[in-house]
Design a protein around this ligand. Structure first.
Ligand SMILES: O=CC(=O)O
Length: 331
């Protein structure tokens, strides 16, 4: 009787506890090799460990391109990324080799929308400046004019990308009394408009930039959205704008953002994503009191990260069996 050949699964980082326990318990017919250091797998190590893998469970920090796929070999059946974004994966290379790609959509919508709202409020209410004042002993007596921010009541909010996360952001911000939402994307989305409810309109980019009091970037990084927010775009925004990006750093042309901040063109900025990540400590971006930067923690709750890693395991196991992935990238 022919014995079933064991498969090799490469996992590029230690996973949240429950999912790690699932791997440690052992997966039937699968040998797991895993990079367990608390840092991104170095490229040379990745190329070495990928050799002979039937499945790869990776993160958004791991570049998946022709070189990596060559190093893995022709037996590779599936790449499963523990992220909803897949701009780190060269999809045509996977497609041409018949390698499936799994992602983790849906489960991180709420946490990422929460982080977006957190940045909107924190930026609008000048949280960074307020906290620094307290820590640095600059907190004087209560003043009617000190550290005044802005509020969402009766404002116009621009959402760039009215996908799952964009809708969840709009629904949350609505309860703060937003008057109107404008949105941008590949096309008008009636179903998403209905889900948000109330005053919401598809608008051209120029109008969205000029009329919005708050702009939230919630779209994927693609060839079309890369560097979409450049100096020219920032120059069109209101001087009081609150600009928040929780999607991908590459959607913003960062030198243009820095120039706009330097020239005082922007009210406040909240970023969860930058280029590069981590952002070097001496980046000029960190020198502006009205720019708040978080270390890419949009989906960073235990519940969400566990749900993401569980899906990533389910995807990779199905793919290694040659079956349809529960969450393929092109669903
Ligand atoms: O940024 C996080 C993700 O794409 O999942």
């Amino acid at each position: 009787m022919a014995s079933l050949q064991r498969q090799r699964l490469l996992v590029t980082r230690t996973l949240p506890q429950a999912s790690q326990a699932r791997l440690d318990k052992g997966l039937e017919g699968v040998d797991v090799v895993q990079w367990k250091e608390d840092c991104a797998i170095p490229r040379a190590e990745f190329l070495k460990m990928a050799k002979g893998a039937d499945g790869i469970l990776c993160l958004l920090t791991d570049k998946i391109d022709a070189e990596l796929l060559d190093a893995a070999g022709p037996q590779l059946k599936v790449v499963s990324t523990m992220s909803v974004g897949f701009d780190h994966v060269h999809v045509p290379e996977l497609t041409s080799r018949n390698v499936a790609l799994g992602i983790t959509p849906g489960v991180l919508t709420e946490a990422t929308a929460d982080t977006t709202v957190l940045l909107v409020l924190a930026s609008a209410r000048r949280l960074r400046e307020g906290m620094s004042a307290v820590i640095n002993g600059e907190w004087g007596t209560w003043s009617p004019t000190w550290l005044l921010g802005s509020q969402l009541t009766d404002k116009t909010v621009g959402i760039v990308g009215l996908g799952r996360i964009g809708v969840a952001v709009a629904k949350r911000l609505k309860v703060f009394g937003v008057q109107k939402f404008l949105y941008q994307g590949t096309r008008p989305k009636k179903e998403s408009e209905e889900e948000v409810g109330g005053a919401i309109e598809f608008a051209d980019m120029d109008r969205l930039l000029r009329e919005s009091d708050v702009i939230c970037v919630c779209c994927a990084l693609t060839d079309k959205t890369k560097n979409m927010f450049d100096y020219n775009a920032f120059s069109k925004m209101k001087k009081s704008v609150v600009f928040v990006n929780t999607a991908r750093g590459g959607i913003v042309e960062q030198d243009g953002l820095i120039r706009a901040l330097r020239e005082g063109k922007l009210g406040s900025v909240g970023l969860d994503v930058t280029v590069p990540e981590p952002l070097p400590k001496d980046s000029e971006l960190l020198s502006f009191p009205n720019c708040l930067v978080l270390p890419h923690i949009g989906s960073g709750t235990l519940e969400t990260r566990t749900a993401m890693s569980e899906i990533a395991i389910d995807n990779v196991l199905k793919g290694m069996k040659g079956e349809r992935l529960p969450f393929p990238h092109d669903a």
